[in-house]
Design a protein around this ligand. Structure first.
Ligand code: GLU
Length: 486
């Protein structure tokens, strides 16, 4: 495959989110691809807030986007906010009106609705019939006298528009499908297609890398740029992210599942998230799944972005996350799980740090997310847990006779643990094995019976680790409690 040929040190790319909600997976991917492309080519990554839709834009959303990008480690070299750039757009609109490339449209919303309905009935490709392209002065005076507030529409050309997309290839757009787009709303606010291409030119953007959901905007933006005599960027439309049924991943249908912040809150690592998002549509070869950020920067290339949609597979994200968690040393993992313990009121800054690290060490590679620490270790902090019924039935016994036996074993173990001279791994282990082996008790049966008594479940870290970490006093409290239950 050919490398994308880009003159080095000229690359300027941007991510241009509309601050109308949280940063979603698709947005993170757009940001990441642009950022990697910039880094790979020693270029600049620009963050531009597309907030001219004042009714839907919020400051809160803008800050949520900044936070999510920062968490992912996607930093920007320049930053712009469109609502602060109104005069730039207004000037261009004047220019378009004066050159005859744009016109005022005085149609009312009701009229537009009728025009649309008629176009549908006539099976027209356009839904607006361009009726206000050539209004007389009298028409205009009358509409103004009626108090109508006009929009501004761009005149679309009658010749095909050509897009040479770096991912999708060469596309010719039939002019019959092009609407005379509204570029300024009746409230005077400029629309996305206008502001976007003006800013792309003004900010000297070399490559516009964005989702294919914007592909239908591209010819409109090219037409506007041509009418204004602006330099065009190169376009690269990246394929949609789909769910496992092939539906586009969206806030509307998948809600919270697409919010980057959700993963942060649940204890995913940004490294895992970045690695995961990078592979949504891009691949290096058919094999490699794990990429460090430096490796992504080194290897990222638009030529290896596929044309078809990529599937969001949460299992893969979980797998990557546990991989990255397991790379961390115990101290770093303890730092990362601490907020989850704190949230649950299980531990705080006064809790013995060595003890906490030992718990994390005992849990070992069992964490998929940091939030998993809570269910997996709750019993270290409290004896307020239930005995899992399945485990009880299997290991403590269904029959009275078996229960009787379990009580006996637990009581004996309790006594042994009370009497051993030291309460360390080796002493505990030796004493318990000695007891089971001398009394012909299956090791696993004794172990599981004790595990359920101490933790409520039949799974978890090494039992001897648990015994020692709980400490003698706690163990000697929990065993009689289980016996009483039995
Ligand atoms: N504001 C647009 C969005 O959030 C930007 C699209 C573009 O990259 O041009 O989808």
């Amino acid at each position: 495959m050919n490398k994308t040929s880009v003159p080095i040190d000229q690359v300027r790319v941007r991510m241009a989110p509309s601050p109308t909600g949280f940063l979603h997976i698709g947005g993170a991917r757009t940001a990441l691809f642009n950022w990697l492309f910039a880094k790979h080519h020693n270029g600049k990554f620009i963050l531009r807030i597309d907030d001219t839709d004042t009714a839907r834009s919020t400051d809160e959303s803008m800050h949520a986007i900044y936070d999510a990008l920062k968490w992912l480690g996607i930093n920007w070299d320049e930053h712009y906010v469109q609502s602060e750039r109104r005069n730039i757009y207004d000037k261009s609109v004047m220019q378009l009106l004066e050159s005859g490339n744009a016109y005022h449209c005085y149609c009312t919303p009701e009229e537009l609705e009728d025009i649309r309905a008629q176009a549908r009935a006539d099976k027209q490709t356009r839904s607006y019939d361009r009726r206000h392209r050539n209004l007389t002065h009298e028409d205009v005076d009358r509409f103004i006298a009626e108090g109508r507030k006009p929009t501004v529409r761009i005149k679309m050309p009658d010749t095909p528009i050509h897009v040479n997309d770096l991912i999708l290839g060469s596309l010719n757009i039939d002019p019959a499908t092009l609407e005379d787009e509204v570029i300024v709303r009746s409230n005077g606010m400029p629309n996305y297609n206008l502001t976007s291409i003006i800013d792309d030119a003004d900010m000297r953007i070399t490559h516009v890398i964005r989702g294919t959901e914007h592909l239908n905007n591209t010819p409109k933006q090219i037409a506007i740029a041509n009418a204004l005599g602006l330099q065009l960027p190169q376009f690269a439309h990246i394929p949609l992210v789909l769910d496992d049924t092939g539906r586009k991943l969206s806030k509307r249908h998948h809600g919270d599942l697409v919010a980057v912040n959700r993963y942060r809150e649940q204890g995913y690592l940004p490294e895992a998230m970045l690695n995961f998002v990078a592979r949504l549509g891009w691949s290096y070869d058919d094999k490699q799944e794990i990429f460090s950020v430096d490796e992504l920067i080194e290897k990222f290339d638009l030529a290896r972005v596929g044309k078809s949609g990529s599937v969001f597979d949460i299992k893969k994200l979980e797998w990557l996350n546990s991989h990255y968690i397991n790379q961390l040393d115990v101290s770093a993992r303890t730092d990362a799980v601490m907020p989850f313990w704190e949230q649950e009121g299980l531990a705080d800054s006064t809790t013995n740090r060595d003890w906490l690290e030992n718990i994390v060490e005992a849990v070992g590679e069992r964490l998929t997310t940091f939030q998993d620490i809570v269910p997996q270790t709750r019993y270290f902090f409290t004896d307020d847990y239930e005995y899992e019924s399945k485990a009880v039935k299997k290991w403590w016994g269904g029959s009275d006779e078996k229960k009787q036996k379990t009580c006996e074993i637990l009581t004996n173990i309790s006594q042994i643990l009370e009497e051993i001279p030291a309460f360390d791994l080796e002493t505990v282990e030796t004493a318990i094995w000695k007891y089971t082996d001398e009394n012909d008790i299956k090791r696993v049966a004794a172990m599981q019976a004790l595990r359920i008594a101490l933790t409520g479940t039949s799974f978890g870290p090494s039992l001897f680790d648990i015994v020692v970490l709980l400490g003698r006093d706690e163990v000697l409290k929990r065993i009689p409690k289980a016996v009483a239950y039995l």
